[in-house]
Design a protein around this ligand. Structure first.
Ligand code: FAD
Length: 479
């Protein structure tokens, strides 16, 4: 929980008000009365602010990545007044701001099928496979906005969730920050879909990250879109074109090796040992080239350094490739991702923790909201291990396993659910379930349960999954 700052005296408030500095949500200090930090002091006590409270939602969803948009659409369709906050200027998270372009583990009933159908109607999928495919991020951006608007979700972009307050165990209020200043919002149920577990941490939940709190954790990667003369001409270097398989001639790894040969010819080496090109459209490809090691998802200074390094690397590699001429002639970076891709964020403790053992035994759960079929992908933790083994798969065989609803419900705080990367799981399990097909399915489950809980005055843990699944079926989301 956030602790209140020093006392905000009535005298100071009246003084600021007299200066005309107090508005609905904001307070600026008069020059003479500014609570300046004293020289030599280690901490600054920020004065508290009086914020108007908005009580217009049954369900508040924080973070609009694949999990968040799914949670919000589903909660709204289930009849809950739903608010969705997103710090970026678009919805979609890693799908859009992160320019992912590739989707794994998408062959599931529900919203996944609807998204596939809508992408196909817009001719925005390539190299189609029932479970994984390339999509066009800009089309996805518009599509998820339209779906949220159509469902009646109240969206607020460019708004960061910055604090959370409880009454006892119960999460009651969150604080957002944006150009509108700081605002307070209450709701019976909240869903943390920030990927990094920001809301769970702010609310005081226990959490884990990486293999331990000081990392080692999976590296970050910045994706980029590049314009080329002809994506088809890059055939043998572009993954998932010749075949859907990862290995064998024409498979992903062969394409990676061929591309690495070209990089060598151009005199550059990438920090990611499996540099990959994904074909997005006739003259558009996605480049996944770099790894940034040991950066915590909640360390802004380190994330900024990693972002600047990654962007510089992308442009350096593009320039080197261009110098080769031939199929690389006129390759240009159209855009690099606004958000560096974060693989490892906080995993909020839930009422069940998905573990490596679940993957080994192919766990079946009575409250299964999603069956994961994707294996374990652990990207190297350091530059040295990247040279030896860029991606490891845990050293065991993964059986398809269930994610139970309990892993989506916070253990330490009532009225809080999670979906996507930040659910309750261990390092190994997270390295498997984190891909976006599962994020969507988890978002749907959290959305429907949150809506039922909010509308019936119950807590999420008091809603049986059969009730949630029944509601999804009624809504046509379990086909
Ligand atoms: C480089 C990379 C490659 C990957 N490759 C694949 C792949 O090929 N296929 C695949 O399916 N998956 C892949 N993944 C995994 C997958 O993309 C993620 O695990 C997935 O994004 C999980 O979805 P999410 O909705 O939980 O999180 P995110 O997509 O991270 O969404 C979280 C959202 O919350 C917002 N947010 C965060 N904090 C706040 C806050 N405090 N206030 C308001 N908003 C906030 C963010 O801006 C973001 O929009 C990859 C991931 C990375 C990083």
């Amino acid at each position: 929980m956030n602790s209140p700052g020093n006392a905000f005296t009535r005298r100071k408030f009246l003084y600021a008000a007299a200066l005309g500095a107090v508005t609905g949500t904001q307070l600026a200090w008069g020059a003479d009365d500014k609570p300046a930090a004293s020289p030599g002091e280690k901490y600054f006590n920020e004065p508290p602010l009086r914020l108007p409270i908005a009580r217009d939602a049954d369900v508040i969803v924080c973070g609009a990545g694949p999990a968040g948009i799914s949670a919000a659409i589903t909660a709204a369709r289930a009849g809950a007044r739903t608010r969705l906050f997103e710090v970026h200027g678009c919805l979609g998270g890693v799908w859009t701001a992160g320019l992912l372009t590739y989707i794994f583990d998408f062959d599931k009933p529900g919203l996944t099928r609807e998204i596939v159908k809508k992408l196909d109607e817009r001719d925005a999928r390539r190299n189609k496979n029932s479970s994984r495919f390339v999509y066009e991020p800009e089309v996805m951006k518009l599509l998820v906005e339209e779906m949220c608007v159509e469902a009646g979700v109240k969206i607020q972009l460019l708004t960061s969730v910055v604090a959370a307050y409880r009454q006892g165990q119960r999460l009651t209020t969150i604080i957002t920050e944006s150009k509108s200043g700081r605002e307070a919002w209450t709701a019976p149920v909240f869903i943390d879909t920030t990927g990094d577990g920001d809301l769970g941490a702010q609310a005081g939940c226990a959490w884990e990250v990486g293999q331990a709190k000081d990392c080692p954790c999976q590296p970050m990667t910045m994706n980029a879109l590049a314009v080329v003369e002809d994506a088809k001409a890059l055939g043998k270097y572009t993954s998932f074109t010749a075949t859907d398989e990862f290995t064998g001639p024409g498979g992903h790894l062969a394409c990676v090796e061929a591309f690495k040969g070209e990089l060598k010819r151009a005199g550059v080496e990438t920090s990611y040992g499996h540099p990959t090109i994904f074909p997005v459209h006739d003259n558009l490809v996605m480049l996944m080239l770099n790894h940034e090691y040991g950066v915590m998802a909640y360390d802004s200074a380190k994330i900024t350094e990693a972002t600047l390094r990654s962007r510089a690397e992308i442009h350096r590699v593009a320039k080197a490739l261009r110098s080769l001429g031939g199929v690389w002639k006129n390759l240009q970076i159209a855009t690099s991702a606004e958000q560096i891709g974060v693989r490892d964020g906080r995993r909020i403790r839930g009422r069940y923790t998905v573990t490596k053992e679940d993957l080994i035994r192919g766990a079946r759960q009575p409250d299964a909201v999603c069956r994961v079929t994707f294996g374990v992908d652990i990207h190297a933790e350091t530059r040295e291990s990247n040279s030896a083994e860029t991606i490891s798969h845990g050293g065991f065989k993964t059986e398809p396993y269930d994610i139970p609803l309990r892993a989506l419900i916070a253990k330490d705080v009532d009225g809080l659910m999670m979906a996507g990367r930040c659910i309750s799981g261990d390092f190994i399990a997270h390295a498997s379930y984190r891909v976006t097909g599962n994020a969507v399915a988890m978002g749907e489950a959290a959305g429907v349960v949150a809506a039922i809980a909010a509308k019936s005055g119950r807590l999420p843990q008091d809603v049986e999954w059969s009730e949630g699944a029944g509601q999804l079926a009624k809504m046509g989301q379990r086909i």
